[in-house]
Ligand binder design. Sequence first.
Ligand code: NAD
Length: 290
Amino acid sequence: MKKIGFIGLGNMGSKMVTHLLKSNYEVVGYDINQEYIDQLSPNGLKKANNLNDVSKGTDIIITMLPNGDIVEEALDNIIDRLKPGTLITDCSTIDVNKAKELHKKCKVKNLFFLDAPVSGGVGGAENGTLTFMVGGDENAYKMMLPLFGVMGQKSLLCGTYGSGQATKACNNMLLATTMIGVGEAFNLGTNLGLDPKKLFEILSTSTGSCWAVNNYCPIAGVGPKSPADKSFEPGFSASLMYKDLSIALKAINDTNTLAPFGIKAQENFRQMVNDKKGDLDFSAITKFNE
Ligand code: NAD
């Protein structure tokens, strides 16, 4: 069985690593926060005191870190110590071009790299139901498939280097814009004197239905339980959505794509974060939309 190194044991990483340990993988884990490593060691996680420890004898390294600069810094620290053929799978959400650069850096050293961001949030990480959108080489993808199967319920090789991050940027731009639209529809309905529960009943079964209405309705007491029912406790925070939309915005500019709604969504989330509401669930944008 392959030996795994795992870097970044926060909200997502700690849950993903737990599935690997339950499936009897040997995993050595590192986080700058020692407490997070200690919490997982009773489950069988081998402690790494530094990044060097993660790189020793590992076949596959998984990173689940806040952003692309941090992923690059971690990779730069270990890249010269990894044995040829080692696979690095970055599951963090990072900039598309940064992912491509990391692929190139690894290739020069005869290492494999996959960009494999996830959808499904902390709940999906906990239940092992994440979706992995993967960019890179088919051989590397095949090497990683058993681990994707342990940590998630779906993975797809979306294309070449950077395609996983590109897919994630498209998905989250769509999610942000639909969530804003859903909030506007409910606000209009309320102002027209409609009962939001009845509006939900029609929207969720009509052409207006979408994930933001049917599964994550941003109105308290309407639809299945969602962060709106818990004063917008995340879930998926507005700050993380703002980060993802900023990645999408960069991609929009780099590719000269016409995407006025995506651009406006990024502005709205930036405002929410500037107003110190970034810790709320992203669906609270329906309350702060301007
Ligand atoms: P988090 O902040 O809870 O976890 C990140 C971890 O990285 C922290 O424990 C932090 O201590 C650690 N870390 C930071 N710098 C480090 C370094 N140099 N070396 C080692 N460890 C370091 O974040 P998260 O919610 O787990 O998200 C991780 C990634 O997953 C992000 O890129 C995020 O965008 C993405 N993501 C998150 C969600 C979600 O719902 N939380 C959903 C999909 C994707």
